[in-house]
Structures are given as structure tokens and as C-alpha cells.
Design a protein around this ligand. Structure first.
Ligand SMILES: Nc1ncnc2c1ncn2[C@@H]1O[C@H](COP(=O)(O)OP(=O)(O)O)[C@@H](O)[C@H]1O
Ligand SMILES: [Mg+2]
Length: 270
């Protein structure tokens, strides 16, 4: 239980050249007594490196229309290398350069994120038919080591978490960054789960939604496009699991984290 926790996911879409005012915001939030946890994405960067290594990336679509990476063992290894390698270290580098103590962790470090490996996946093929395929190396998070997070937070360290989880047989599993954020925020019973992305929030009928109850958010899912759909699902989940609210907001403007923390963007709550 950490009502002062603000768990923030930085989307891959805004990772290149981390917005310097996010760093100032982290300092500001910490100085005002909040505990900041960062979770990052980076799917496009994984695809870029994988393809440079000659490993073609494949994407699948669920019957609900959600797109995701098909992760075989090799892809799970490249995913781990990129996510909890360079991307995580670059974020820590930016924070440490500004005097903010931080430590990067994947889900296997200290068994931070445990997940159940998906045995089968139902996907829609080119002809629109539903088929079951091997699950590969993706997982559904079922346990967060909050004690480890509390240990870091109580020592003033900002945890930087990569979306890699550990399976029951200690396999490295690809998990969605938005989902990692929601599970961590839920497990900590955080004050907010904040999803910083490259739009002002959830856009419906050409307008940014300011406030939404989870029921309404769930109903709007069929009208939401790829990328934002996963974020809204995660935002709903964070609240269901115990976070006080979720905020989806732009990470591209000045002081994005402070703005989101004061409720600018799309706020989803009970
Ligand atoms: N209804 C919507 N409102 C806002 N963004 C949407 C919507 N439908 C689809 N999107 C897309 O979702 C994207 C954000 O998701 P994504 O690209 O996965 O970013 P991130 O890297 O932050 O996870 C936006 O850039 C936008 O193109
Ligand atoms: Mg995304």
C-alpha cells in the first residue's frame, strides 16, 4: 500500500530524447513527498534492432482487434536485450545525470514481475478466421514484488522498470508496458497510474476526453484505435486493481508529468 506512489509509463513513442522536463517533474513530485516509479515501453525500438539482427518481427491481432508482437524464444531474448538493456540504461543515465538516484530492473530482477505464460493465443488470420496458435513467450502478470519496490522507494531511489516478466519456469516473457504499469500501480494501491504518450489523451469524436468512469471507458473500447486501445484497457485495469485513478496524457509538452498529476489529459476512475 503506497498512496503516495505515482507510477508513470513512458511510451516508446516519446522515449527518443527523453523530454528533459519529465526529469524536472520527477524531482518536483519527489520533493512534494510522492514516490515515483517509472515503467517504459519501446516496442518500435525492439522491432528496429530485431530486424537489424535479421529477425523479422511478426504481429498478431486478437479477436478484439488488439495488435501485439508474436514473441518466439529468440524474439523474447532480443526484447529483453533492448528493453532492459540500452533503453532502461539510457533512462537511468538521464536521471542520474540530473542527480536523481535511480535503478533499472526487469521483471526477473528480484522476481519483480511474475507472470503466467500464455499457452495458446487466439488470433484472427488473413481471412478473418479465429485460430489458436502457440502462445510463445508472452505472459499475463500475476504478482508484483511490492516489497522490493518499497525498499527502493523508501531509500529515495526511482525504480525504472522494463516490461519483461518472469514465468513459472523462470522464462523471460514479453509483457505489455502499459499492462506492467497498471499491475504495479494496482499492487502498490498507487495514487495514480500515469500513461504518457504522444497524444493529449484518449480522443473520441475529435475531442480529448477529460474524465471517464471505468464502465464508460470499457464501452468505448470498440471505438478506440490501435495503441490507445491497450492503454485504455491498462488504465481500467489499474483502477480495478487498486490504483485511485489512471491518467492518459501527452508526454511531449512542457512539464508533462506535473500536468498529468494535476489531472490534465484523460482521467479514468471508479
Ligand atoms: N481514440 C484514440 N485517441 C488517441 N490516440 C489514439 C486513438 N486511437 C488510436 N490512437 C493511437 O494511439 C497512439 C498511442 O499509442 P502507442 O502508439 O502505442 O503509444 P505508446 O508508445 O505511448 O504506447 C496514438 O499516437 C494514436 O495514433
Ligand atoms: Mg503502445
Amino acid at each position: 500500500m503506497n498512496e503516495k506512489a505515482v507510477v508513470c509509463k513512458i511510451g516508446g513513442s516519446i522515449l527518443s530524447g527523453v523530454n528533459p522536463s519529465i526529469v524536472e517533474d520527477i524531482r518536483f513530485l519527489r520533493d512534494s513527498g510522492k514516490n515515483v516509479v517509472l515503467v517504459h515501453g519501446g516496442g518500435d525500438q525492439v522491432t528496429e534492432v530485431a530486424e537489424k539482427m535479421g529477425k523479422k518481427q511478426e504481429f498478431i491481432t486478437s479477436p478484439e482487434g488488439i495488435k501485439s508482437r508474436y514473441t518466439d524464444k529468440e524474439t523474447a531474448e532480443i526484447f529483453t536485450m533492448v528493453m532492459s538493456g540500452l533503453l532502461a540504461k539510457q533512462i537511468v543515465q538521464v536521471l542520474e545525470r540530473s542527480g536523481i538516484d535511480s535503478l533499472s530492473l526487469s521483471g526477473v530482477d528480484g522476481m519483480l514481475l511474475r507472470a503466467q505464460r500464455k499457452k495458446k493465443l487466439i488470433v484472427v488470420d488473413e481471412r478473418g478466421r479465429k485460430v489458436a496458435i502457440e502462445g510463445g513467450f508472452t505472459g499475463k502478470i500475476n504478482r508484483v514484488n511490492t516489497q522490493l519496490l518499497e525498499l527502493l522507494l523508501s531509500n529515495g531511489i526511482v525504480p525504472v522498470i522494463s516490461p519483461v516478466a518472469v514465468g513459472e519456469e523462470f522464462e523471460l516473457l514479453n509483457v505489455d508496458g502499459d499492462r506492467a504499469c497498471s499491475h504495479i500501480a494496482g499492487a502498490l494501491k498507487a495514487e495514480s497510474a500515469i500513461f504518457l504518450t504522444d497524444t493529449e489523451g484518449l480522443i473520441l469524436d475529435d475531442m480529448v476526453v477529460q474524465k471517464m468512469k471505468i464502465e464508460e471507458a470499457r464501452k468505448s473500447l470498440p471505438r478506440i484505435g490501435s495503441g490507445m486501445d491497450k492503454k485504455v484497457i491498462a488504465a481500467i485495469e489499474a483502477v480495478e486493481m487498486g490504483a485511485a485513478r489512471s491518467v492518459i496524457a501527452s508526454g511531449l509538452k512542457e512539464h508533462p508529468l506535473q500536468a498529468a498529476d494535476t489531472g490534465r489529459g484523460t482521467v479514468i476512475s471508479n
